[in-house]
Design a protein around this ligand. Structure first.
Ligand SMILES: Nc1ncnc2c1ncn2[C@@H]1O[C@H](COP(=O)(O)OP(=O)(O)OP(=O)(O)O)[C@@H](O)[C@H]1O
Ligand SMILES: [Mg+2]
Length: 254
């Protein structure tokens, strides 16, 4: 088992990655050149601890290390999708999902698609300072087509599918045939890129568990001094049949 220490702007992050085996898939390449391009405000990103050109080099390096390990695991197994989960709310899933996918997109050999599937409490837009005109919630409700909801924030290798508005029936939506079809479509359309799904907490609602079959593997975010041993055991038990890429120990002070 590899053990690495990552350091964010304020807090340290430890990463443990387990060796895994898996399957491989080859899907067709589809052009996404119609995706809407938007600019992000660096000061806003910095305030929200999101990677940008003025990020602390140690923070950039820390996420690069996480990125490289994740990419190696995905590549070794022929996978291209990751669900970012944690036991409870507020442990750092969204920030990890954003910075991981941004870091992947900064690698010249890779592209990343970040999807907000925390449908009852979407927050990627707030983190990156983006008010989506259409979101994955609109697409799943049949109010827009997929191309209208996809956003390309500055970096050509980074695409975001935000959720615009919290929905009441997130659990039913995530388990629906429409969501299954969307994920199949994204994985086919984006066969050459890594898809990172920001998900709700596993132990507080059933959505992430219901969604887990649709991703190749998961990345678990743990908050130091907050995530309890009992919660970790429950989470590991619930996800025992799902490949785990690793555990990010977030908000660590060591
Ligand atoms: N490493 C870190 N250092 C400092 N603050 C952090 C760190 N990671 C996350 N935070 C802060 O903790 C809060 C929760 O983070 P985030 O929204 O990413 O968690 P989450 O697990 O996605 O929460 P939710 O379950 O509500 O979606 C945010 O205010 C975020 O800025
Ligand atoms: Mg979140």
């Amino acid at each position: 088992m590899a053990k690495h220490k990552l350091v964010t702007a304020e807090r340290a992050v430890d990463v443990d990655l387990d060796q895994l085996s898996g399957h491989s898939s080859q899907l067709p390449k589809i052009d996404y050149s119609q995706t809407r391009k938007v600019s992000l405000d660096a000061a806003h990103l910095t305030r929200h601890r999101v990677l940008n050109n003025s990020s602390n080099p140690r923070v950039l390096a820390a996420y690069k290390l996480l990125r490289t390990q994740i990419l190696q695991k995905l590549s070794n197994n022929g996978w291209n999708s990751v669900g970012v989960v944690s036991a409870r709310r507020n442990e750092g899933k969204t920030l990890t999902a954003i910075n991981l996918s941004m870091s992947i997109a900064r690698d010249y050999n890779h592209t990343a698609l970040l999807v907000d599937f925390d449908l009852s409490d979407p927050s990627i837009g707030t983190f990156i300072g983006l008010e989506a005109e259409q979101g994955v919630d609109d697409y799943l409700a049949g109010r827009c087509d997929l191309a209208a909801a996809l956003i390309n924030p500055e970096h050509e290798r980074f695409v975001v599918l935000p959720a615009r508005k919290a929905v009441m029936d997130a659990s039913e939506i995530l388990a629906s045939p429409a969501t299954r079809a969307l994920v199949a479509e994204l994985r086919a359309r984006y066969a050459d890129r890594v898809i990172v799904f920001d998900l709700p907490p596993i132990l507080e609602m059933d959505e992430a568990l219901a969604f887990s079959p649709y991703v190749d593997a998961i990345l678990i975010v743990v908050e130091e001094r907050r995530t309890t041993k009992e919660d970790m055991q429950r989470l590991e038990h619930i996800l025992q049949h799902k490949p785990v890429l690793g555990t990010v120990l977030n908000k660590s002070v060591t």
